[in-house]
Design a protein around this ligand. Structure first.
Ligand code: 5GP
Length: 179
């Protein structure tokens, strides 16, 4: 375990086993169609790449980068920093996110993607923190429901560190800077 963590919440084995199941479920739901995964950068990268390997139907991938967090606090204001390269009109779109916390980011994403006229639009998140929800969002596929703890690893960062950990962990209080 990384020295800055107080605990490992979800091990690498558990993550990989759940992602395999999600891949099967998604492949079966979209059977006979071509799926467009829209990854929300940067937190989605490890999850999206492992999920993609477990999807057996035709799939294309695009990315969007949003901003609402700095450090550990959400500002509540979501902005698009980098937009999709593809036109998603008429496509079956599955948004791939690292974690749904307040739901503000996903709510923005849903509104933003809907204006582009996809054939279908659903959400797949690796982690779901329902106790922190401020806006209701319809999550179709969820890896794990977790308690109200600030987690890092497997794509999730704290001040741009820890994304490379292959598991999800909880940071020690002493590592978190209070501003
Ligand atoms: P929401 O808009 O749902 O509050 O938050 C979504 C974004 O906030 C996520 O994509 C993620 O980047 C960040 N976030 C929310 N909770 C956590 C957390 O526990 N750990 C980390 N590292 N990021 C989080």
């Amino acid at each position: 375990m990384h020295k800055d963590l107080q605990e490992v919440l979800i091990s690498e084995d558990k993550l990989q086993a759940r992602i395999k199941q999600l891949g099967l479920e998604i492949s079966s739901s979209y059977k006979g169609r071509c799926l467009t995964l829209v990854g929300v950068l940067k937190g989605c990268v490890l999850f999206l790449s492992d999920l993609l390997k477990n999807i057996s139907i035709d799939t294309n991938v695009d990315f969007i980068m949003l901003s609402s967090y700095s450090g550990k606090q959400s500002t509540g204001v979501v902005r698009t920093i980098l937009d999709l390269k593809q036109n998603i009109e008429g496509r079956d779109v599955l948004i791939v996110e690292d974690i749904v916390d307040s739901g503000l980011t996903m709510s923005y994403m849903l509104k933003n993607m809907t204006t582009r006229g996809p054939r279908s639009l659903e959400i797949c998140t690796m982690l779901d923190k329902p106790s922190c929800r401020r806006v209701k969002v319809p999550i179709k596929y969820s890896g794990f429901v977790i308690p109200n703890k600030f987690v890092v690893g497997y794509g999730l960062d704290y001040n741009e560190l820890y994304r490379n950990l292959p598991y999800i962990g909880v940071l020690k209080k002493s590592v978190i800077k209070v501003d």
